[in-house]
Design a protein around this ligand. Structure first.
Ligand code: G3I
Ligand code: 9MR
Length: 561
């Protein structure tokens, strides 16, 4: 008798590369065999189920079905007597390509200030939202030349997440991660076609998409002093309505050190990338580096300007209650900006006066922690390093590998055989981006070492995101059989279309319940609910999609080599 069927068989619901590891985790099974079958239920492979070394985070024993040795491309299901059939999956050489592309196309759907035409957006076409050509300088942002109430134009950019605001800090890391994807895999990225309005213009589509946000970011710098506004925002979150209906006044608020340094880092990186397109984008590279330099100077002169929304609201009105993204520590932002500026300009002055290697820690990237992004930049641009930095690089490489080793240590013994161990550090707001960022770190480790074990665990984390996990959800909208249908995302909720906008990564398990929506379990990797109100587990966000896009596309790029 089939018990729980597909929901008890946890596997990547998209599929597997022919020569890659292929495993499924079986819950509650007693039998000792499993079968791989065609859609017509013809058995093509059988194997023995093995007990996992450790129980899952809830304490239950699990079984592992390993069919790595089966390599023939095709469509399949996995069958376990007494449990039932898994969701269908495929084995083929470019099996992750569609989800990899979708994770980047998702940014097109997040665009402000442009109608999404049916030709590009399919059934999710919609009217233009937020032209942002009449944005008010909030009193917190006023300076001599831009008094409070001054109106500026700050169009384009991507919406941050389920809300319609545009935050520099979060936008910056997302933009940089997509730029890095191009920087690290240019030949592959040139083949990525996204069907967006700019397609066919001799610039790779990934860069076309990046430009939509980069051009917005450039408008967020105060031309009078080089400082960068923290965000462009409504006073309060919009209700759940389509973007063209959300017409509340928009503000740019206080400048801050974090926003200004993140901006400097992104502009420095963009400058060295777009310099290769002088015909298509004349002057852009120069504008980017000069914006980066001005931002750097502002930050050096203003090294400790915190964006403290509560404090700001005590001094100025109207009160701003949208996302804070307030960070109190800028040492990592200085490291990232200095590293990018240094790599682009080769001027040692940028790294001279900052503490580039304060300690041996390698904290995983997040909106409030960007140190590793600087190290990634240094490690992959060794050719441009001056003697001073060159002597630091072997140590940095060692630390990256030690960090990667610490991630994969014991992973084979966890129930799901991924590096997403029980640690509370992993299951925070946006935990799926932790899984994705671990994958990115492992790819970096692979690239500096050529050791395939890092690649194996990077792929395992993508398997995690696509279904081999504690809930059995494939967390990218539109991909897989059991996938979020009700993300906390205003357009997906308001457009009258049953399927959410595709290619978006849900935040993922987080027992914190900051949204006061009860999750079915507080076991860390099970604390998830596909509920539109549950923004602490089921929102989507550009900074979560970016490491997913990097991971999935890097794996495709490395696979196709
Ligand atoms: O840093 C602590 C960590 O030490 C601790 O172990 C952990 C335990 O819960 O909490 C960590 O702090 C969390 C912090 O994110 C860092 O991850 C806070 O609890 C958590 O409340 C905070 O959540 C942030 C949330 O905004 C609320 O401020 C998310 O990271 C951030 O992604 C989210 O961003 C929002 C924007 O404000 C608005 N737009 C949507 C976007 C996505 O939800
Ligand atoms: O929709 C908002 C989401 O983007 C944020 O991540 C979240 C936390 O800041 O807040 C959401 O907005 C909610 C607000 O905080 C409280 N009232 C209900 C809003 C959702 O409809």
């Amino acid at each position: 008798v089939a018990q729980n069927g597909a929901s008890s068989i946890r596997l990547n619901q998209i599929g597997f590369y022919p020569d890659a590891p292929k495993i499924a985790i079986v819950l509650g099974g007693r039998d000792s065999v499993f079968y791989i079958q065609t859609p017509e239920k013809k058995t093509v492979f059988s194997g023995e189920l093995k007990q996992s070394v450790k129980p899952d985070f809830a304490g239950n024993k699990t079984l592992i079905a390993d069919f790595s040795s089966y390599q023939i491309p095709g469509k399949y299901v996995l069958f376990v007597p007494g449990i039932g059939y898994s969701y269908p999956f495929e084995i083929n050489k470019s099996v992750l390509k569609s989800v990899a592309y979708a994770s980047i196309k998702a940014y097109y759907y997040m665009r402000a200030s442009i109608p999404l035409k049916e030709k590009y957006a399919g059934k999710w076409h919609r009217a233009e939202g937020h032209p942002d050509t009449n944005v008010i300088v909030h009193p917190s942002a006023a300076t001599g030349k831009r008094l409070a109430g001054t109106v500026i134009s700050s169009p384009r950019g991507w919406y941050d997440a389920g809300d319609y605001n545009k935050y520099i800090v979060n936008s910056g890391i997302s933009t940089s991660t997509l730029l890095s994807l191009y920087e690290d895999f240019p030949a592959y990225i040139k083949t990525v076609k996204l069907n967006i309005p700019e397609s066919g213009n001799h610039i790779p589509d990934v860069l076309n998409e990046v430009l939509w946000n980069l051009r917005w970011m450039l408008t967020m710098q105060d031309p009078n002093d080089g400082g960068v506004y923290h965000k462009l925002t409504n006073a309060a979150f919009d209700k759940f309505e389509m973007p063209d209906k959300a017409i509340a006044p928009r503000y740019v608020v206080q400048k801050g050190t974090a926003a200004t340094l993140d901006f400097a880092a992104v502009m420095a990186q963009a400058s060295r990338i777009f310099v290769k397109f002088p015909g298509e984008l004349p002057g852009l590279s120069d504008s980017c580096i000069s914006a980066a330099n001005k931002a750097w100077e502002w930050a050096v002169a203003n090294p400790n300007v915190i964006y403290n929304q509560d404090a700001m609201n005590q001094k100025f009105g109207p009160q701003i209650t949208t996302g804070g993204y307030g960070d109190w520590n800028f040492s990592d932002e200085f490291i990232w900006a200095a590293s990018e500026l240094y790599v682009t300009t080769r001027e040692a002055r940028f790294i001279k006066d900052i503490n580039l290697m304060p300690d041996a820690k390698m904290p995983l990237p997040a909106w409030n922690q960007v140190r590793l992004l600087g190290y990634y930049a240094l490690l992959k641009n060794t050719r441009t390093a001056s003697a001073g930095v060159r002597k630091e690089l072997p140590g940095l490489k060692k630390r990256l590998l030690a960090f990667a080793d610490s991630l994969i240590k014991g992973a084979d013994e966890t129930a799901y055989e991924t590096v997403m161990d029980k640690s509370t550090r992993n299951f925070i707001w946006g935990s799926n981006s932790v899984a994705a960022n671990q994958g990115v770190a492992l790819i970096q480790a692979y690239m500096v070492s050529n050791d395939p074990k890092y690649l194996r665990f990077a792929l395992a984390n993508l398997d995690y995101i696509l279904g081999r996990n504690g809930t059995g959800y494939a967390y990218v909208t539109g991909y897989g059989s059991k996938t979020p249908m009700h993300p906390h995302h205003r357009p997906s909720s308001s457009d009258g279309i049953a399927e959410p906008i595709p290619g978006l990564l849900a935040g993922g398990p987080n027992p914190g319940m900051q949204d006061h929506i009860k999750v079915p379990s507080i076991v860390p990797d099970e604390a998830y609910i596909d509920d539109e109100q549950a923004y602490a587990v089921n929102e989507i966000a550009i900074n979560w999609n970016a490491p997913l896009a990097y991971l999935a596309n890097a794996l495709e790029a490395l696979q196709s080599k």
